[in-house]
Design a protein. Structure first.
Length: 210
């Protein structure tokens, strides 16, 4: 597809936060000028899950400051995840990230193999794209750091769930806290473990695999 768009403005898109029991799903869209990209980013950018916390923070700061990246962030809130389901809520976050770039994009490179319907530009999906495309990897880092910081802020208002470290994922600490402390407005009611808590303590299974 990219051969058909030699002058394309290309944005890599990735999202973070599909599996957590709490918090929004956050997406980022990134346009890179790879000729101006610092060597550290050219050589080091990768899927955010493969990077240490310190490295993610370093690359996040570099992407925002280097002048070679245009970054946009979008998210879908918990009530949208519950009403749309996480799959379509992720697509909504993608669109919002793309819109927040403030410029017209020709082609969106999206991690995975699912092409969203009615997207505002051409789409090329790339399986494991966050390890193959620098712009998708950059989006992965921006989305991950943005969401993690937000969840750590929420942890201050909702102590006990471990969000400062598990950022909403279903760790044992988080699952046990749901039973002991109940639900917050930031929990996804459509997710199985959270639904079980709403149905009553006897329905909750605390030894679910992560």
């Amino acid at each position: 597809m990219l051969k058909d768009h030699p002058d394309a403005i290309i944005a890599g898109i990735d999202e973070v936060g599909c599996a957590p029991l709490a918090g929004p799903v956050v997406a980022a869209a990134v346009i890179l000028d790879q000729k101006k990209l610092p060597k550290a980013l050219r050589q080091g950018l990768d899927d955010s899950k493969k990077l240490s916390l310190a490295r993610r923070e370093e690359y996040y700061a570099l992407l925002l400051a280097c002048g070679a990246a245009v970054c946009g962030v979008g998210r879908a809130e918990v009530h949208e995840i519950d009403s749309l389901n996480i799959y379509y809520a992720s697509h909504l976050a993608w669109r919002r990230a793309l819109d927040s770039l403030g410029c017209m994009v020709t082609v969106a490179l999206i991690d995975g193999n699912k092409t969203p319907k009615d997207f505002p530009c051409a789409v090329q999906t790339i399986v494991k794209g966050d390890g193959k495309s620098l712009s998708i990897a950059a989006a992965s880092v921006i989305a991950k750091v943005t969401r993690d910081r937000y969840m750590k802020q929420l942890a201050l208002a909702h102590p006990g769930y471990g969000w400062e470290t598990n950022v909403g994922y279903p760790t044992k600490v988080h699952r046990d806290a749901i039973i002991a402390l109940g639900l917050t407005p930031h929990h996804r009611r459509s997710f199985g473990l959270v639904r079980a808590q709403l149905a009553g303590p006897g329905a909750v299974q605390i030894d679910l695999p992560l």
